[in-house]
Design a protein around this ligand. Structure first.
Ligand code: 13P
Ligand code: SF4
Length: 414
């Protein structure tokens, strides 16, 4: 049986050649901003990118990448998140989900440069977990995360003040998903909370509830910024009910909730979501089941609750990879996560049917901003003695975010 999506999606999925990187080659033909040229410093978060990027069409690009990587040798360590492009993954010393990469960054004190091929919040965490002598570099500063941007520190401070006015902060532990700014991780550190990732959310939430009387008590968790991961973990893994969860909308007075709703809630979920995983629907699951009887539907916990409930298995990117590795030859899978990863899984498992859960193509556009030209530019610059796109977290935020991250790394059973 062949793949089950429409022909356009199939050819895009299986024949990776140029796709979105065209936008960088021909800026005149594309609305995409040519980054790293100092043309729009605001979009590059106020840090000027000096020098020119190599052209993506440069036939020598891979050779240049190899040469720059060899010149840096053990001075550099290259981390690649599972959602990165193949051309970037080829140069990663280690690949992983956000939890594994945070651990890997912390375990490389000998590396002078940590080149983070992922998104901004991951590079911030790497900076926090590495020593001051180490420099963390994000090859494209515009590689952010739309979910992380849905919680600004000012909004979170305001929400906490609201909870304080209602008299429930003493009974509430903040937990932030790794996909949040360093300032928000610092907020959780200052208020006795922790960080979690999609691979340890259950343990982190259990720990948080234990600080305020246990899952069966009356204490609360303020969960930032992904409402879906918070709800899915609380309901599917901790046994709380949907009625125990409320959604706090930072754009509304009191989060759009009444005092009674805030007092009664066990999980106060920030109104944030992932634009990539938010696309999957329950209908996708119904349709794939109709087309591929016996299919195993495996989705990331950033998907909506109805999708996770309809799926057969739920887990982080590392979990998804392990599940495919362990799957029986001949088995059929529909995966609901970012497309670069699903496409690599399809290639790595020719003996299994691997389908993309959505019928339309779904890359994480910010993860995709890191491409080979940016990586080559970053590596060549470092090899020439120039550090570009260094990520440096404010020292006070770094201190408190480290408290929260260390709490996560110390969670039992991880
Ligand atoms: P992981 O925690 O599985 O790496 O996911 C990170 C992420 O950004 C998913 O959208
Ligand atoms: Fe952020 Fe979603 Fe992209 Fe992950 S996939 S980096 S949560 S926008």
């Amino acid at each position: 049986m062949g793949p089950l999506w429409d022909d356009v999606a199939v050819s895009t999925l299986l024949n990776e050649t140029t796709t979105t990187s065209n936008g960088f080659v021909e800026p005149a033909a594309s609305p995409l901003l040519l980054l790293g040229q100092g043309r729009d410093l605001a979009s590059e978060r106020g840090v000027e990118c000096t020098g020119a990027l190599p052209a993506p069409s440069d036939p020598d690009l891979v050779e240049r990448a190899r040469a720059a990587r060899a010149a840096l040798g053990g001075r550099a360590f290259v981390l690649g998140h599972h959602y990165q492009r193949d051309e970037v993954i080829d140069f990663a010393d280690v690949t992983g989900d956000s939890f594994k990469l945070a651990r890997e960054a912390a375990a490389r004190p000998e590396a002078e440069f940590v080149i983070f091929c992922g998104v901004h919040f991951m590079a911030e965490s790497a900076d926090i977990l590495t020593s001051d002598a180490q420099q963390v570099v994000l090859p494209d500063l515009a590689a952010g995360c739309s979910m992380a941007d849905m919680a600004a520190i000012g909004q979170v401070e305001e929400a906490w003040a609201t909870l304080s006015d209602v008299g429930i902060t003493g009974d509430t532990v903040p937990v932030t998903y790794m996909n949040s700014s360093a300032a928000i991780k610092a907020f959780t550190g200052r208020h006795g909370g922790t960080v979690c990732t999609s691979s340890n959310a259950q343990v982190a939430l259990r720990w948080a509830f234990d600080q305020v009387g246990g899952v069966d008590g009356t204490g609360k968790v303020l969960f930032l910024p992904d409402q879906h991961l918070g709800r899915n973990t609380a309901v599917q893994q901790l046994g709380l009910s949907l009625d125990d969860c409320v959604v706090y909308d930072p754009r509304k007075p009191m989060g759009g909730l009444t005092e009674a709703q805030l007092r009664d809630a066990r999980m106060i979920l920030w109104r944030g979501h992932c634009s990539v995983h938010g696309r999957f629907s329950e209908r996708n699951v119904t349709e794939i089941r109709a087309k591929a009887p016996g299919v195993n539907v495996l989705v990331h916990p950033e998907c909506k609750h109805e999708v996770v409930t309809a799926a057969d298995m739920v887990g982080s990117t590392e979990y998804i990879i392990r599940a495919l590795d362990a799957a029986e030859p001949g088995s059929t899978w529909a995966i609901g996560t970012e497309l670069n990863l699903v496409r690599r899984l399809a290639k790595a498992h020719p003996d299994k049917q691997v389908h993309y859960l959505d019928s339309t193509v779904c890359f994480c556009s910010t993860m995709n901003r890191i491409d080979l030209p940016h990586l080559v530019w970053a590596m060549e610059s470092l090899a020439d003695g120039r550090t570009v796109n260094r990520i440096v977290v404010d020292p006070d935020d770094a201190h408190w975010a480290r408290v929260a991250l260390d709490q996560m790394l110390a969670l039992p059973g991880l």
